[in-house]
Design a binder for this molecule. Structure first.
Ligand code: TRP
Ligand code: SF4
Length: 400
């Protein structure tokens, strides 16, 4: 019913690593070719756990955006922005907080999980409890129907769906809805209006779903309708009220299989990462000091790649011929570990080369990044304002 729209956000954690690249960014880059995409820096979300030390957030945000651009997120295709620069998120968050049952928030699995995980930190705050609600506002304000998230975030999208339903149920019947809908029908022009009315009758009298689809197709052809009128016409068609907020769907991003330097998943908290723009020397040094199969204490001892984290990286970076060379050489002690690591180093550097190149442009001229963000925020705000107009109106807060 709406133009398909993708929205995703990332907390500013500073420089991103190759796990982010393989797990999230490559996915975003594919999506940006397929849909209108909005990607944002969730800087307020960082405050939910980092409220006592907010100083680094701005720099971390900018570094992260440079990494997005370095990876190939294209500001001409996707809209990139910073959450705190679109204050409408806060307004929607506040308004929804009035109708969000506390128990719904307390039940979100990450609430207790994170408190346990970050036990050293006082997370008995209002902001932390409300964090899923803030995420809901992020999503609903853009009426995004596709939210790419990792598995851990799915409950938040489900929560968002429930809230949207609750909201529409509570406020979906705007005063004078029928009159406004009839006015909107007139705006279709006489021919399309007649078609629309016909389909509406067919659906309301006979429950003919086909008629709904046809009427929707008619509405899709009309360019000049405002978003509000379009929604009224959809609502009027099906005999529901106005759907003010859209229940989002999610696109599950597969968990990153990117192994870290120690064979565990690459993660900042395991201290086993290679950053996206890590210097060449540092990449070489890190890979060279990776642990290998402990059975290969001496060069002449044969080993087993299955027991070696370096092999995990060959699976990501090496072609079949190289992998065969590793299997053979390792098992027969035909190659040494230093030799074995070289193609991995080469593979990582090859992957990073275009990223480094793209990033350099932005590092040389940081105003480019600022301008991209400023443009993105402007665009995002237009969408957000439109939703907020409808939200305020539906809640009786229009004052005009
Ligand atoms: N909560 C997400 C995370 O921690 C980040 C996020 C905030 C987000 N708002 C969002 C993701 C909206 C998708 C959509 O990873
Ligand atoms: Fe690991 Fe390669 Fe050494 Fe085998 S030869 S133990 S796969 S680094």
């Amino acid at each position: 019913m709406y133009a398909e729209r993708v929205l995703s956000g990332m907390r500013p954690t500073g420089s991103l690593h190759l796990g982010h690249y393989h797990g999230v960014l490559k996915n975003w880059i594919e999506l940006q070719h397929e849909y209108p995409c909005l990607f944002f820096v969730a800087d307020w979300h960082a405050l939910t756990t980092q409220y006592d030390n907010p100083q680094g957030i701005e720099k971390a945000s900018m570094d992260m955006v440079v990494d997005w651009l370095a990876a190939g997120v294209d500001p001409n295709q996707a809209t990139l922005f910073v959450q705190s620069r679109v204050p409408e998120h806060a307004e929607l968050h506040l308004l929804m907080s009035m109708m969000t049952p506390l128990s719904w928030l307390e039940r979100v699995p990450t609430y207790k999980d994170q408190q346990e995980k970050l036990a050293g930190k006082d997370l008995t705050t209002y902001g932390f409890l409300g964090y899923p609600l803030l995420m809901s506002a992020d999503i609903l304000i853009y009426r995004a129907d596709k939210v790419p998230v990792g598995e851990d975030q799915i409950p938040h999208v489900e929560f968002t769906r429930e809230l949207a339903r609750r909201f529409n149920h509570m406020y979906g019947r705007e005063p004078g809805f029928e009159d406004k809908a009839r006015e909107a029908v007139k705006k279709l022009g006489s021919k399309k209006a007649r078609l629309y009315e016909e389909m509406r009758t067919r659906f309301q009298q006979n429950g003919d779903r086909e008629a709904i689809e046809q009427a929707k197709a008619v509405l899709d052809e009309v360019q000049h309708l405002s978003m509000a009128d379009r929604e009224r016409l959809f609502g009027y068609l099906e005999g529901t009220g106005k759907m003010i907020l859209v229940e989002p769907g999610y696109l599950l991003t597969e968990a990153s299989k990117m192994p870290g330097l120690d064979g565990q998943k690459m993660s900042k908290s395991y201290n086993n990462t290679i950053t996206m723009r890590e210097s060449e020397e540092s990449v070489a040094k890190k890979v060279k000091s990776m642990p290998t199969d402990p059975a290969r204490a001496r060069r002449t001892d044969p080993g087993d790649p299955a027991k070696c984290p370096v092999w995990q990286l060959h699976l990501v970076y090496s072609n079949d011929a190289c992998k065969e060379w590793v299997q053979q050489g390792c098992r027969t002690a035909g190659i040494g570990c230093i030799e074995c690591k070289q193609p991995v180093i080469d593979g990582i550097l090859r992957e990073q080369a275009p990223m480094r190149e793209r990033a350099q442009v932005y590092l040389d001229d940081p105003t480019l990044v600022k301008n991209i963000i400023a443009d993105g925020c402007e665009k995002a705000r237009e969408y957000a304002r439109e939703t907020m107009r409808d939200v305020r109106e539906s809640m009786g807060l229009e004052y005009n």
